[in-house]
Design a protein around this ligand. Structure first.
Ligand code: C5P
Length: 232
């Protein structure tokens, strides 16, 4: 899969999600389904969106003992999603177990990417609450290296970190990057943002875009603008 725009479908229900996707009559965007929608509607919503022809990034951020994550990943793999994720903090053993669970009998599997440190965690809260006393940038790169060692395909990170992650883990190691805003758009609650064009320049492989598309007056036009800036 090459560079692509993933729409974060942060909706609370099937109805809202499908009526949003119904607007796209000419293209089938890559869609991110997060915890809110998955917990509200269950695996049926994944099957339904997949059946409509969309690729799916199932953003459930698993983090548990290796055996539990392995079994949960086997279930997600049967849903035939394209990308799954987990918390790198679960350790290298947990990441290896996740990959085992995800790999189907025929050897195929969805891509698996890791969350390093959430963007809601900063240096201060990491030291105070997690007792991790290293520079957060180093922690992020270390977790990315762990993910690579475990065999994962990439990490979620800011576009601003994509270059460093590629430098440490190689160009083929995927960077999936939220925090994207149009130059003339609302920043909202995101702190460190880049435009789709800048994300491309910085080497992001996938941008995850929510409100700049979902809350736009014309979501299809906003999606096309992202594609024009980031992919074309
Ligand atoms: O609406 P917006 O473009 O800010 O949405 C970004 C999406 O990416 C949301 O689904 C958010 O939960 C997700 N995300 C993020 N930062 C991370 C990881 C995920 O914004 N570090």
């Amino acid at each position: 899969m090459g560079r692509d725009v993933i729409i974060a479908c942060d909706f609370a229900s099937r109805e809202q999600t499908l009526s949003f996707l119904d607007r796209f009559t000419e293209e089938k965007p890559f869609v991110k389904i997060g915890m809110e929608l998955y917990y509200a509607e269950g695996p049926a919503i994944v099957r339904e969106i997949k059946a409509r022809g969309h690729k799916i990034f199932l953003d459930l951020k698993l983090h548990d003992i290796p055996n539990t994550v392995k079994k949960a990943m086997a279930v997600l793999s049967r849903l035939d999603v394209d990308i799954c994720n987990l918390h790198c903090a679960g350790t290298v053993n947990m990441m290896r177990a996740a990959l085992e669970g995800l790999t189907r009998a025929d050897g195929t599997r969805p891509l698996l990417i890791g969350v390093t440190q959430l963007t809601s965690t900063d240096q201060e809260s990491m030291e105070r609450d997690l007792w991790i006393e290293k520079p957060i940038d180093e922690v992020i790169l270390h977790y990315a290296e762990n993910a690579k060692d475990a065999g994962l395909d990439g990490v979620v990170c800011s576009p601003l970190e994509a270059g460093k992650v590629h430098g440490r883990c190689g160009d083929k190691f995927l960077t999936v990057t939220p925090g994207v805003r149009f130059a003339d758009g609302d920043v909202g609650d995101q702190k460190r943002v880049t435009t789709p064009e800048k994300a491309k320049e910085l080497g992001s492989d996938y941008i995850v875009v929510g409100r700049p598309i979902t809350a736009a007056e014309d979501p299809v036009a906003a999606y096309r603008r992202c594609v024009a800036e980031f992919v074309d």
